[in-house]
Design a protein. Structure first.
Length: 193
C-alpha cells in the first residue's frame, strides 16, 4: 500500500513538473557541480545531457534524481536512514518548481508545499499525525492571506492575516473549545494599541 502511495506521489509530481510552462531562470540553481563526490551517475546515449544521480549512505539509498544539462530536473527523492521516502521535490532548471512533499520516518506526510522558480508560491500545509497542523499561503516568497494553526483535535488554535509578509488585520487565538481568548489588530506588522 505504501509503495503504491509513493508511486502515486512521484507520478503527480512528475506530471506537475512536465505541465509547468514559461521560461525559468537558471541563475543560483542547484547544478550537477553540487553532487557529492561519492554520487553514482549514469548517462543515457539516446538523450544527451540527461544524467541520473544516486547517492548511498553505506548500502542504503540516500537521494536520487535526474539532472539535465547540469541542473536538477524532474522529481528528486531523498530518503530517511530506514530508506523510507523523506522528501520528493520537483525541479526545473535546478530550481524547486511545483509540488514539494516531506514525510516522517514512518512515511506519514508532514508537509505539502508549492514552489515557483525556487520561491515559495502557493499553499503550504503542515501535518501532524495525519491531521492539518498549520495552513498558510505564500505569494512570491512572502506570506499572504490567512494563516491558521490547529490543535490536535482539529479545532482552530490561531488565525491571522498577512499582507506582503507582514501580519495585517485581526489576529485571534482560541482555546481548545473554539472560544476566542486573545484578539489583536495589526497594520503592516505593527501591533495597534
Amino acid at each position: 500500500m505504501k509503495n503504491s502511495f509513493s508511486i502515486l506521489f512521484v507520478s503527480i509530481i512528475m506530471l506537475s513538473a512536465c505541465q509547468s510552462g514559461g521560461q525559468l531562470s537558471t541563475g543560483g540553481a542547484e547544478s550537477l557541480d553540487k553532487l557529492p563526490e561519492y554520487a553514482q551517475t549514469a548517462t543515457f546515449d539516446y538523450l544527451p545531457g540527461l544524467t541520473k544521480a544516486t547517492t548511498l549512505f553505506g548500502e542504503k539509498l540516500e537521494q536520487q534524481g535526474d539532472y539535465f544539462n547540469g541542473y536538477r530536473n524532474g522529481a528528486w527523492t531523498t530518503y530517511h536512514p530506514n530508506e523510507v521516502v523523506k522528501s520528493i521535490t520537483t525541479y526545473i532548471n535546478g530550481f524547486k518548481h511545483g509540488t514539494h512533499l516531506e514525510m516522517d520516518k514512518n512515511g506519514n506526510l508532514t508537509l505539502k508545499a508549492y514552489y515557483v522558480n525556487g520561491i515559495e508560491d502557493g499553499e503550504f500545509i503542515y501535518y501532524n499525525g495525519g491531521k492539518i497542523a498549520e495552513r498558510k499561503t505564500y505569494y512570491e516568497g512572502q506570506l499572504e492571506g490567512k494563516r491558521s494553526k490547529f490543535y490536535d483535535n482539529g479545532k482552530i488554535m490561531e488565525e491571522s492575516n498577512w499582507q506582503n509578509g507582514k501580519m495585517h488585520g485581526t489576529a485571534k487565538w482560541y482555546d481548545q473549545n473554539g472560544n476566542v481568548t486573545l484578539e489583536y489588530e495589526y497594520v503592516n506588522g505593527e501591533l495597534q494599541k
